[in-house]
Design a protein. Structure first.
Length: 252
């Protein structure tokens, strides 16, 4: 079952520098990250409850290009090779990636077989997950991910702590919606249906867990919109950074 938006993959040239800039400008603290040693990428993570932002960079382009299983790295490198930074793809969380992928493939989806992945944290801890990928890109449907709920990032203690984590501005920040500019919302909605079984309502909006996905007509270069909710009394935010428009509002 799909649980919500798991994370956004944001391709950047320097994840450490981008994390500093986004904390300064948007008040979001990046507290995790590490290296995909065998796959040529490294990242910084900002957790928004159960959703997170992944700033991903490339340290080994040959490793990225030669990987047959790490589609995220290739999607990120394609954005950087185009001379820009920004959203490369994103993931939806599931509690049964193998079952979901099998069901989707039986219905004609091009989503691939589940693939195990891992990342080593700076403290030596290993984070593990399983993903299933349709073809990826900023204008294409997302991939599916199921985390191994153990260890320093996804164990019960870590997940509970994230629910109360306060960011420098915004307090307990959550992502409420992702709005994607696409050339033709109807065509994109059909592609989502075929790839990952999501059906958009009139207005090209769909709820996934407690969050919303929205498709809107746009042109190349229009920034996707990430809508955030902070605690009462935190400052509102409406800025464009890393090719994304960040909008934060306090509870209404």
């Amino acid at each position: 079952m799909l649980l919500g938006i798991d994370h956004l993959v944001i391709a950047v040239r320097d994840p450490d520098a981008a994390a500093v800039d986004l904390e300064r400008d948007a008040g979001l603290a990046f507290t995790g990250g590490g290296r995909h040693e065998a796959m040529g990428t490294f990242n910084r993570l900002a957790f928004l409850g159960e959703t997170y932002l992944e700033l991903i960079g490339v340290f080994g382009p040959v490793l990225v290009a030669s990987s047959t299983t790490f589609a995220v790295g290739r999607a990120a490198m394609a954005v950087l090779d185009a001379g820009r930074e920004g959203l490369a793809t994103y993931a939806l969380a599931t509690d049964d990636v193998s079952g979901d992928a099998a069901r989707l493939r039986a219905g004609g989806s091009a989503i691939g077989e589940p693939v195990a992945g891992s990342r080593t944290r700076p403290d030596g801890g290993v984070v593990r997950w399983v993903t299933a990928f349709p073809p990826l890109g900023p204008d294409l449907p997302p991939f599916l991910i199921e985390h191994e709920h153990t260890g320093a990032e996804w164990g019960d203690e870590a997940r509970a702590a994230r629910q109360d984590f306060r960011h420098p501005e915004g307090g307990r920040v959550r992502m409420t919606a992702l709005e994607l500019p696409v050339a033709n919302p109807g065509v994109t909605a059909d592609a989502y249906g075929r790839a990952i079984g999501i059906s958009f309502s009139e207005g090209f909006r769909v709820a996934v867990g407690a969050q919303a996905l929205v498709l809107r007509a746009g042109t190349p270069g229009d920034p996707p919109v990430v809508r955030l909710a902070g605690d009462a009394g935190t400052p509102e935010l409406d800025i464009v950074r890393l090719g994304i428009r960040w909008v934060r509002t306090p509870p209404g």
